[in-house]
Design a protein around this ligand. Structure first.
Ligand code: DOR
Ligand code: ZN
Length: 425
């Protein structure tokens, strides 16, 4: 099948927008030119809007199997498509956990049946994420595991992490780590700092995350493993990662939109839509994350899209589960608060949502070039609208950003040459 994207704009290397048309045959970008003369093709009129590579998110929770009241592969990927994403990597804290070939194959089957964009599933590092028995990594790799992670919990034993990294390194697979030292959580439900004291809520200190990252970068050095840190939230973590990179250790890291946008002072009342793990930290931490992203210490942005039901989130800060949804607000919020304010260039933001995560994980996506997969997102950079959680395709409405005025949004998403989302301009 032939498709042409007409009347499009694309980013040139120096942040300028230049007109272009794109010929897609089946699932491949075949030609990019100012004008394409081609008869009998399916036309997608881009109405002078910007075409960028489809977004890549390596940290998402799709909940299926086992958590279908929160999200399914179908609703989660449709939500991702509405957010401009064409590739997402699904975390293994489902029920059951993909800790065996049998479960991973079942998940692959569900993805094949229900996903509207590409889903690459993680397998777990340890059985049932319990931290005491390693999974069969070579077999899971053969069955299509994207990488290994126990996201949702930290791997507590240094020896278990050492063994995991040795095994992963032998088969050239990354270890992706949610870093949290259980003896330092102290029953916390938010960042330990001035706001937790004011609200009388138990706090999670910065060291809960950073000590585990410090341990792990040394294990990565000892094993040569590619070690990727999930959702970095503290200034100490940024420093440890920066130093590890300087020492030549194979460490990479991601940050979420919410940790870049908000700090603890956003929590003014008992609202669990501001409860996530790691928690919103201090303003100094937030500033260090932005600096880390700008200087390359942090490699890219990932949402940690974590849907929960309204009933669960209505239980308040102390009881509700950790996590917020991210797909349908990520681009608009980051564009509004960082690109429009000239803290990031548009090219930087797009790179952190496309080519950077793809490169870190050796994925052949995230590029707008001839010969690449036809995964494309069309952005209206001028649309002003209010975020309305009732319009989310995700079953999760757990966002702290409802009603916020934003500028810019994805208006079309093309995955493998097929239009999978089209919204109002
Ligand atoms: O906020 C979070 N939610 N952090 C995690 O690590 C897990 C996630 C979830 O699964 O809900
Ligand atoms: Zn996590």
């Amino acid at each position: 099948m032939k498709t042409i994207l007409t009347n499009a704009m694309r980013l040139s290397g120096n942040n300028e927008k230049i007109p272009c048309e794109i010929l897609i045959i089946d699932d491949e970008i075949v030609k990019i030119a100012e004008k394409i003369e081609e008869k009998s093709a399916n036309i997608i009129d881009c109405e002078q809007q910007l075409v960028v590579p489809g977004f890549v998110d390596v940290h998402v929770h799709l909940r299926e199997p086992g958590g279908e009241a929160k999200e399914t592969i179908e609703t989660g990927t449709s939500s991702a498509a509405r957010g401009g994403y064409t590739t997402v990597c699904a975390m293994p804290n489902t029920r059951p956990t993909p800790d065996s070939v049998e479960v991973l194959e079942k998940i692959n089957h569900l993805i094949e049946k229900n996903a509207v964009i590409r889903v690459l599933p993680y397998a777990s590092i340890t059985q049932r994420l319990l931290g005491d028995t390693l999974t069969d990594m070579p077999k899971l790799k053969e069955s299509g595991a994207f990488a290994f992670t126990d996201d949702g919990v930290g791997v507590q034993s240094a020896d278990m992490m050492l063994q995991a990294m040795q095994k992963a390194s032998d088969i050239n697979m990354p270890i992706v780590a949610h870093c949290e030292e259980n003896t330092l959580i102290h029953g916390g439900v938010m960042h330990e700092g001035k706001v937790s004291k004011e609200l009388g809520l138990p706090g999670i200190p910065n060291i809960c995350e950073s000590v585990q990252i410090a341990r792990d970068v040394l294990l990565a050095e000892a094993t040569g493993c590619h070690y990727h840190v999930c959702h970095v939230s503290t200034k100490e973590s940024v420093r440890v990662i920066r130093d590890a990179k300087k020492a030549g250790i194979k460490v990479t890291a991601e940050v979420t939109p919410h940790h870049l946008l908000l700090d603890e002072t956003a929590i003014t009342e008992d609202d669990a839509n501001l409860k996530m793990n790691p928690p919103l930290r201090s303003q100094q931490d937030k500033d260090a994350l932005i600096e880390g992203l700008l200087d390359g210490t942090i490699d890219f942005i990932a949402t940690d899209h974590a849907p929960h039901t309204e009933e669960e989130k209505a239980q308040g800060m102390k009881v509700a589960p950790f996590g917020i949804v991210g797909f349908e607000t990520a681009f608009s919020l980051l564009h509004t608060h960082f690109v429009k304010k000239e803290i990031f260039t548009l090219q930087q933001l797009i790179d952190w949502m496309t080519i950077k995560p793809a490169k870190v994980f050796n994925l052949p996506y995230g590029k707008l070039e001839e010969g690449q997969k036809a995964d494309l997102t069309v952005l209206n950079l001028d649309s002003e609208h209010k975020i309305n959680k009732q319009e989310f395709v995700s079953l999760g409405k757990n966002t702290p950003f409802d009603n916020q005025l934003v500028i810019g949004k994805p208006i079309k998403t093309i995955y493998n040459g097929t239009l999978v989302y089209e919204g109002e301009k």
